[in-house]
Design a protein around this ligand. Structure first.
Ligand code: NAD
Length: 437
């Protein structure tokens, strides 16, 4: 099948490359000329494990190409995916749909044959109706079915997630459109990934409900972690103890610095705005958003407390800056608020990240970046493990302690056992664990 993927970011590029790997012919479109030029030279605009090889293989196979010419890609396509960004709208937190609607208008003008127009971007309930209206008005003669197909991949494991999804959600009432979508996803469907056909509005809401639920699970265990610290319990054991219950499940129960990233923060807020618009408040999600916002700066205060309550003139090394490992994505990363809180308290901050420095630099201009974790920690008064990249999971703790001015370790991901940190001579603090004396 011939597919046009409009928007070649984290989702569009991975989805387009995976569809081409299934044997479809995919043209990935972006209005960012530098991005397309880089892709044409074989240079990936993002860091995502396995992506470069996947792209190279399918470009060489003649199934995957890149262009800035939307009309060219859409004109010959039987399926057009919209995978442009839907950030938070400045000022009010609604999803900013300007890119979706701009792309839809361009698509409508370029549509030729019968095609499904599929929204893969995360969009609020009812957006599909608006996409349909734009297409019917701009291209009244075109045969097009407007479908919702939200994406659930996780950055850092995006290819695996796309190729082995827990489920595929397709929102359409039209049997012909459903048939085309089944054909697109056939390779996964044959591997028994459940393909759920629902109403379009239902599909749109499934995506937000999933993200809000996962954000709730993380926030729940984070609050339990705070209680653990006060009552002398261990949150990792609490997580295991509840996660082994099949009704609860072990995932998304790791206490930490609060959720961040390109999806949960904006999607939870956008869902609240939808609920507000429909006078159907979502009080649990409201609390989750508030608690998580407060948590990020609270992590800064935790570091200051570990430094004895005064960070003025102290040097703090932050290890891992991206919102999670295996991505270079810095959108809404907890590290940003932590840096801010530390700098406001008069600390000097050094940072280390294996892949995220280029994106981190403009967001934290006063941070000094180090080429490795040990250089970051040299002479520092505290080390804070913010994001658990593999290279940070097996640090030489004794070497680290020896090169620091004070051996204080704040492990916001609970990677290191108390005993190891104590043997290395650290005064340590975790999340939801009793710190060293
Ligand atoms: P992104 O910012 O990485 O990529 C969006 C791309 O769309 C950019 O390259 C931009 O230049 C391009 N674009 C914007 N308008 C365009 C137009 N009119 N024509 C052509 N290209 C255009 O965004 P992303 O992280 O890939 O997210 C895309 C959507 O997928 C969002 O709605 C997001 O919420 C959703 N989503 C993201 C993830 C994730 O992990 N990043 C996961 C699931 C769903």
């Amino acid at each position: 099948m011939r597919i046009a993927m409009v928007g070649t970011g984290y989702v569009g590029l991975v989805s387009g490359a995976c569809f081409s790997d299934f044997g479809h012919h995919v043209s990935c479109v972006d209005k960012d000329e530098a991005k397309i030029a880089a892709l044409e030279r074989g240079v990936m605009p993002i860091f995502e494990p396995g992506l470069a090889q996947l792209v190279e293989r399918n470009v060489a196979g003649g199934r995957l190409s890149f262009t800035t010419d939307l009309a060219l890609a859409v004109g010959g396509a039987e399926a057009v995916f919209i995978a442009v960004g839907t950030p938070s709208r400045r000022g009010d937190g609604h999803a900013d749909l300007s890119h979706v609607f701009a792309a839809t208008e361009e698509i409508a003008r370029a549509l030729r044959g019968p095609a499904v127009v599929v929204t893969k971007s995360t969009v609020p309930v009812g957006t599909g109706d608006e996409v349909e209206r734009i297409i019917r008005e701009t291209a009244p003669d075109a045969t097009a079915w407007i479908v919702s197909n939200p994406e659930f991949l996780r950055e850092g494991a995006a290819i695996e997630d796309f190729k082995r999804p827990d489920r595929i959600v397709v929102g359409t009432d039209d049997e012909r459109a459903a048939e085309l979508m089944r054909e697109i996803y056939r390779p996964l469907y044959l591997n028994k990934a459940p393909l759920m056909i629902t109403g379009r509005r239902t599909a749109e809401l499934i995506k937000y409900a999933a993200n809000a639920f996962l954000a709730t699970k993380i926030t729940f265990i984070n609050e339990i972690a705070d209680l653990c610290e006060i009552v002398g319990a261990d949150v990792q054991d609490v997580s295991r103890g509840i996660g082994l219950d099949n009704r609860i499940g072990p995932k998304f129960l790791h206490a930490g610095p609060g959720y961040g990233g390109s999806c949960f923060p904006k999607d939870t807020v956008a869902l609240l705005k939808t609920a507000e618009d429909h006078q159907s408040p979502l009080r649990i999600v409201e609390s989750v958003v508030k608690v998580n916002d407060l948590r990020k700066r609270a992590m800064g205060r935790k570091v200051i407390q570990a430094l004895g309550g005064d960070a003025r003139g102290k040097t703090v090394a932050l290890l891992g800056l991206t919102f999670k490992p295996n991505t270079d994505d810095m959108r809404d990363a907890p590290s940003i608020a932590i840096v801010q809180a530390l700098q406001d308290a008069g600390a000097r901050v050094r940072g280390y990240d294996p892949e995220g420095v280029e994106q981190a630099r403009p967001l934290m201009p006063e941070v000094e970046f180090a080429p490795d974790p040990y250089k970051a920690a040299e002479g520092a008064d505290a080390v804070v493990l913010v994001t658990e990249w593999d290279v940070l999971r097996a640090l030489d703790l004794k070497r680290l302690a020896a090169i620091m001015a004070q051996s204080v370790f704040i492990d916001l991901r609970n990677i290191y056992p108390a005993e190891e940190m104590e043997n290395a001579g650290f005064r340590w603090h975790g999340v939801g664990r009793t710190p060293s004396a």
